[in-house]
Write a protein of this length. Structure first.
Length: 285
């Protein structure tokens, strides 16, 4: 039995969009036509690929395996076509999608990938910044090939490699002018400030919060006196307008490199894994 590429494309579109309507829009076909392709694929396989729920859809275990197969097949095809276009069999080609939280995308992922991108002009990279709680979905739906998290992703078939840790410190503007007991966080679900004070010998019992959405907005807020913040040490060393507040214990937070295990990896995937494992620990250290 051979699998229809039209049906597989429909399956991938639905899995990535996490909805039939979104998948149909991505393929520029009607939702009924898309549903028929999925039904035909499920019929050929003799099993369901999606579980329909009130809040949306999710992949069955077979659906997760099917998605990894489709993504691997697409990666191999991209690599092959890229090599033909470049006429350089030793040159890497293809697209890598990398997800992470805001404190590591710009300061860790970009420099770790710089040499690879410089050496291989046909390699493209897509960087996706999300809140920590949103990153697993990127990996599970194929929107990212690799992600960085602050804890292992306990899903079947996921490889979790600890590549170092971030060391969080309190920072304030270098001129010493700031709003007392005001701390800048990403959003109301961000527990960084609370977690930091929970490990102190003399925890601060009362403070106000302001939300600046992402790490570099938070740093700008600190520089301009909107309040203090708890940020990674490796970022604080790069900014001239802030300084570390003395008298507080640093808080360590691990960084895990997560991706799905596969029977076969493209040369590009192998190189990315090698670069991350060798360079990210140095950057964080």
């Amino acid at each position: 039995m051979s699998l229809s590429s039209i049906q597989l494309d429909a399956f991938v579109a639905v899995a990535k969009a996490q909805s039939f309507s979104g998948g149909a829009k991505a393929l520029h076909i009607t939702q009924s036509a898309l549903s028929q392709r999925i039904q035909n694929l499920e019929s050929d396989l003799g099993s369901t690929l999606f579980i329909r729920e009130s809040k949306g859809i999710r992949l069955t275990p077979l659906g997760e395996r099917m998605l990894r197969y489709c993504l691997m097949k697409d990666s191999l095809e991209d690599e092959f076509l890229g090599q033909i276009r470049s006429q350089q069999s030793r040159s890497l080609a293809g697209l890598i999608k990398f997800g992470g939280f805001s404190t590591v995308v710009r300061s860790v992922i970009v420099p770790s990938m710089a040499a690879l991108l410089s050496e291989h002009s046909d390699v493209q990279i897509e960087l996706i910044t999300r809140e920590m709680r949103q990153l697993p979905t990127l990996l599970e739906t194929g929107q990212a090939d690799f992600i960085l998290l602050n804890k292992p992703l306990n899903r079947h078939g996921v490889e979790n490699i600890e590549v170092g840790f971030e060391e969080y410190v309190m920072v304030e503007p270098r001129n010493g002018i700031f709003r007392e007991n005001v701390f800048l966080d990403h959003d109301s679900d961000d527990s960084t400030t609370a977690d930091f004070f929970n490990i102190q010998d003399r925890p601060l019992t009362s403070w106000r919060r302001s939300y600046f959405d992402e790490i570099y907005a938070i740093i700008d807020g600190v520089i301009h006196g909107a309040g203090r913040a708890i940020i990674p040490l490796h970022l604080s060393k790069q900014i001239d307008g802030i300084k570390i507040t003395k008298g507080y214990r640093a808080m360590k937070s691990p960084v895990f490199f997560c991706y799905y295990q596969q029977a076969y990896y493209t040369s590009l995937h192998k190189m990315v894994i090698q670069e991350v494992k060798s360079k990210v620990p140095k950057i964080l250290r």
